[in-house]
Ligand binder design. Sequence first.
Ligand SMILES: NC(=O)c1ccc[n+]([C@@H]2O[C@H](COP(=O)([O-])OP(=O)(O)OC[C@H]3O[C@@H](n4cnc5c(N)ncnc54)[C@H](O)[C@@H]3O)[C@@H](O)[C@H]2O)c1
Length: 549
Amino acid sequence: MMLEYSISPKGETFKLPSQEEYPKEYERLKELADRQRALGREIVVVMGLGFVGAVMAAVVADATDQNGQPTKFVIGMQRPSPRSFWKTPLLNRGIPPVSSEDPEVPLMINRCVNEKKTLTATYTYDALKLADVVIVDVQCDYLKESLGRVCEGRADMVAMEESIEIIAQQISPQTLVLIETTVAPGTTEQIAYPIIKKAFQKRGILSDPVLAHSFERVMPGKNYVASIRDFWRVCSGINEESTHRVVKFLKDVLNTEKFPLSVLDRPIESETAKIIENSFRATLLAFMDEWSLFAERNGVDLIKVINAIKVRPTHSNIIFPGPGIGGYCLPKDGGLGVWAYRHIHGFEDDIFKITPKAIDINDTRALHVAQLTRDALRNMSRPIASADILVLGASYREDVGDTRYSGSELIVRRLTEMGAELRVHDPYVLHWWEFEKQDEYPATSQSLKRFFRGQEKLKDLRIEQDLQKALHGIDALILAVRHRHYLNLNPEEIVKAAGGPIAVIDCFGILDDERIKRYFELGCEVKGLGRGHVKRIKDQVRKKIRNTE
Ligand SMILES: NC(=O)c1ccc[n+]([C@@H]2O[C@H](COP(=O)([O-])OP(=O)(O)OC[C@H]3O[C@@H](n4cnc5c(N)ncnc54)[C@H](O)[C@@H]3O)[C@@H](O)[C@H]2O)c1
């Protein structure tokens, strides 16, 4: 049976719209659009109010001309599914449907909805009829069949293909369709174009669609808005008119004077640019995994080594990988490229060696954290089974509330499988849906739980908001994310709150040598990813204790 309600992360319940409400909603939008068009504004529909679409919609709605007058009216369109409908009524109150550390996000959304009145949200696809421009920000996932073997997966084109189909049935022939979603290279020309062309023909429209691709480089953190508006963009249209239209549109809404556009010849080049960009980053991170293990086994502190190398300008982007590489993009984008080579372009040979290997290494790096935790507890003569373990940080990176494919999820799953009792603290995350709704999130049968045993009880895992309470009685503490709240924790206070010595696992170079030393002095055990030198500090502390006895 279809659920009739959608519940926001803060627990507010919204009834899904009934069929009778649709015509009235369209009337509302039509009136708004007519009035806005009379003011000389273009009507822009943003399809998909997720991490990208919600803030992109606000950036477009906030754009002004040289006289400070708004140039666009934006309708954010979100399908009314039980999982996502709540985003629409929230946005219509001026509240962002995504959490972020950037104070500009709520300010901008409130300003556009309630003051400038250049932004509204809706659930009806009829909004597309009103659009001069449609921006596609729906997801295009990559489904993995097994853990650590990305090549066994496939691109999930359903949301993208459905969206393009719906757009093609509703838009006017001159509407610019701008795909911002990261897609398998070839999608705009070989999947979207034929879908629109065919739908146009059925509607008696003979002209070519106006279709372009320009990928997002958004970083949902402290500079969320700037990472969309004040950042370099790549774009390309399927023909001259489309290229002209997309360039004009992006110049209207982004800070292209300071951050010039790169206009490429064909959409496949723009699509490939995104995939290479993220595969490059994934490869850089994966490359450090073997050196991280080398460091742990040979007394080397990889953090200091990296900092020493980084001063060379040619090597300044060397990075420490942390406990697995999460976020929505890096774990999947290379897979979209490898998949496209075979399934869009029809090649049979196996040219991709490095890109899939990098993703496989990154996808399994977090499992090593469970081994370090087991070993640290073993050194304290405590079994991992039924040990109480607190993970600090659920997000995939510091100072954001985005938990998608975070290394922490794998840490929790593996340690649970090994019999430990897990607790989690994260100041940015209210609900860790990957656990609470693990039967349906991120989609039915797509939860990472399928790769582990004994995961049922994790449905009851709740994010602890009170750190002191979370620390009480633990056996081990895993510093998993570099949230600013965790950078200066005091060892004395931690051990006191825990009620005695604990195992401390540093996944991200969070502890300096002074703190590591202090933990050992307090009777704790310390281990860390890439931090082989902790053994040296431990020996020094033990020697000092022996000499004073
Ligand atoms: N999140 C990031 O940091 C980031 C950065 C750069 C690029 N991207 C890319 O941007 C794209 C979107 O990512 P996201 O993070 O915003 O995803 P998301 O899952 O947060 O948002 C997608 C939204 O689209 C909606 N949607 C799906 N089908 C729809 C339809 N038919 N009609 C209306 N709405 C529909 C979903 O309900 C959801 O709200 C992806 O390709 C991603 O790879 C994301």
